[in-house]
Design a protein around this ligand. Structure first.
Ligand code: SF4
Length: 439
C-alpha cells in the first residue's frame, strides 16, 4: 500500500522541530539492538576502503564534545596507546593485503596533542600503513588539530609525510560563548601565526571548523566569526550545527534559530567567495573542491566503506556497522590492555538500515545520491520511496538534478524531519512485501 501525499505531509509536520530528528542515526542506540552480533565486521576487499585513526587525547575537554576523549595522559601512556594502535593496524593489514585506500583521516580527540616523540610515532604509523597499500588517484589524507597543540615542528612532520590538509577547530571566536563550554578562545594573532607556519611547512589546505546553535551564540557573535574567517582566509570552512545529543546539561536547541544562523553563515561565506551548495556544511575557495578529505567525501557522497582504528572508532561496510571498544570519557588506567581494533558493538544490518545510515551521513551535504541510494537499498528503492520523493518535490522541499536529491532552502529548514522519511525498516513476514518506511 502506498502512503498518500497528505499522509506524508502530515507525518512531516508531526516531526518538524523535533530535535530527535537530525543527522544522528539510529535515532536511539536500542533501535539496532536486534542486529547486534559477534565477530569482526566483514569488508569487501575488492572495493576501495578508507582508514580512520582515533586519538582520544585533548588538552582540555569541551563540554559540547560527543567524541571519546580524555585529558592528555603521561608520555608513557600516549606511547602505549600508539603501540596498541600500530599492532592492531598491522594485524588488520596482514589479513587483508593489497587494499586500495581511498582516504585516511587522523582525528579524535586532538591528534596533535601528544608530545613530539609520540606524535612522530603516530605519523610513522600513517607512513607505514600507506606504504603497505595502493592509493586511489584522488587519495587526500587529513588530520585534525587545534591552535593550542599545533607547533611548527608538528606541522613539518605532517607535511613531510604527505598530509597536506589540516582541519583546525575554531568553533566560535567569542569568549562569552566558549568559556562556559570549557573551551579556550584563540587570539586572532595566534590563529594567523599558526596558519602561516603550517603553510610554510607545506600544508596546502587549511580547514577551519565553526559551530552554530551553541548556547550564548547570537547573530552578532556569528558575524564576528565571519570577520575572523575573512581575516584568516582558510582554503576551506566547515560549519557544524550543535545537535541535541551533544550537551549533557539541559539546553533546548532552537531549530529555527539554528536554521537562521546556518542561512546567515551560508550567505556570508558564499558572499566572500567560498563555494558551497545550500544545505552542505563545507565550503571551499576552490569551486572544484567540496571542502572535504577524500575519506569524508566518499563516505558522505558515495557511501563507501571505511575502517576505524582506535578507541570507539566507527567502521562501516555493506554488511553493517561496528564501534570499537570504549565510549565517552576514556579510562586511561587500562590503556595498555585495550584492543583498539576490537568491536564492542557490531551490527549486521539489512540493506534498508545501511541505506538509512548513509542518508543520515549524507545529510551533511543537504541531500544524497540517488545512484548510491539504489545501490545500498536495492532495486525497490524507487517503488518504496517514489511517492515520498514526489510529494516532497511537489511541495518545493527538494529538487532532483542528475543523480542528486537535494533539499531546497525551504526543505533544509526541516531537514531532520525530511531525512527521517527515508529511515526504513523491513516489514516482517509478508511474502513479496517490499521494504517500506515505517510510519
Ligand atoms: S571538541 Fe575537540 S578539543 Fe574539545 S574535547 Fe572534543 S575533541 Fe577535544
Amino acid at each position: 500500500m502506498t502512503t498518500s501525499s497528505s499522509d506524508i505531509m502530515r507525518i512531516l509536520k508531526d516531526r518538524t522541530d523535533n530535535p530527535l530528528y537530525n543527522t544522528s542515526y539510529p535515532l536511539s542506540p536500542s533501535d539496532w539492538s536486534r542486529f547486534n552480533t559477534n565477530g569482526p565486521l566483514p569488508f569487501n576487499t575488492a572495493m576501495p576502503i578508507a582508514f580512520y585513526i582515533h586519538i582520544p587525547f585533548c588538552k582540555r575537554l569541551c563540554s559540547f564534545c560527543e567524541y571519546s576523549r580524555t585529558l592528555l595522559p603521561s608520555q608513557e601512556l600516549q606511547s602505549a596507546y600508539l603501540k596498541t594502535l600500530r599492532n592492531d593496524i598491522a594485524e588488520f593489514m596482514n589479513q587483508k593485503p593489497d587494499l586500495l585506500l581511498y582516504g585516511f583521516d587522523i582525528g579524535g580527540g586532538t591528534p596533535t596533542s601528544p608530545d613530539t616523540q609520540p606524535f612522530e610515532n603516530l605519523i610513522n604509523i600513517y607512513r607505514e600503513t600507506i606504504g603497505r597499500t595502493n592509493l586511489s588517484p584522488d587519495f587526500e589524507p587529513s588530520i585534525e588539530s587545534t591552535f593550542e597543540t599545533l607547533t611548527p615542528q608538528k606541522a613539518r612532520i605532517i607535511a613531510d609525510a604527505g598530509i597536506h590538509r589540516i582541519s583546525l577547530g575554531v568553533q566560535s571566536s567569542s569568549k562569552s560563548v566558549l568559556s562556559p563550554l570549557n573551551r579556550q578562545t584563540e587570539k586572532i594573532e595566534t590563529m594567523h601565526r599558526t596558519i602561516d607556519f603550517a603553510r610554510n611547512a607545506g600544508i596546502k589546505k587549511i580547514n577551519l571548523d565553526l559551530m552554530y546553535g551553541l548556547p550564548g551564540q547570537s547573530m552578532e557573535s556569528i558575524r564576528q566569526d565571519i570577520r575572523t574567517i575573512d581575516i584568516l582566509r582558510p582554503e576551506q570552512v566547515t560549519v557544524y550545527e550543535l545537535r541535541t545529543n551533544q550537551l549533557k546539561t539541559a539546553y533546548k536547541i532552537n531549530n529555527r534559530l539554528s536554521y537562521d544562523e546556518y542561512c546567515f553563515l551560508f550567505d556570508e561565506l558564499t558572499g566572500m567567495g567560498y563555494h558551497g551548495v545550500f544545505g552542505q556544511n563545507t565550503f571551499s575557495m576552490d569551486p572544484l573542491d567540496k571542502g572535504l578529505s577524500s575519506y569524508l567525501r566518499h563516505r558522505m557522497f558515495d557511501g563507501w566503506q571505511y575502517k576505524g582504528f582506535g578507541i570507539s572508532a566507527q567502521s562501516m561496510s555493506h554488511a553493517g556497522l561496528s564501534y570499537n571498544t570504549g565510549k565517552g570519557e576514556v579510562d586511561m588506567k587500562h590503556i595498555s590492555e585495550l584492543r583498539t581494533n576490537e568491536s564492542s558493538c557490531h551490527y549486521a544490518l539489512p540493506p534498508e538500515e545501511v541505506f538509512a545510515k548513509y542518508v543520515a551521513i549524507s545529510g551533511y551535504s543537504g541531500g544524497f545520491s540517488l545512484k548510491t541510494a539504489r545501490r545500498l537499498y536495492g532495486d525497490c528503492f524507487d517503488f518504496d520511496f517514489g511517492n515520498i520523493i514526489s510529494a516532497l518535490e511537489t511541495e518545493g522541499l527538494l529538487t532532483i538534478k542528475d543523480d542528486r536529491l537535494q533539499l531546497t532552502r525551504t526543505g533544509y529548514r526541516h531537514y531532520g524531519a525530511i531525512l527521517s522519511l527515508f529511515y526504513a525498516k523491513k516489514k516482517g513476514g509478508a511474502v513479496n512485501e517490499p521494504h517500506r518506511p515505517v510510519f
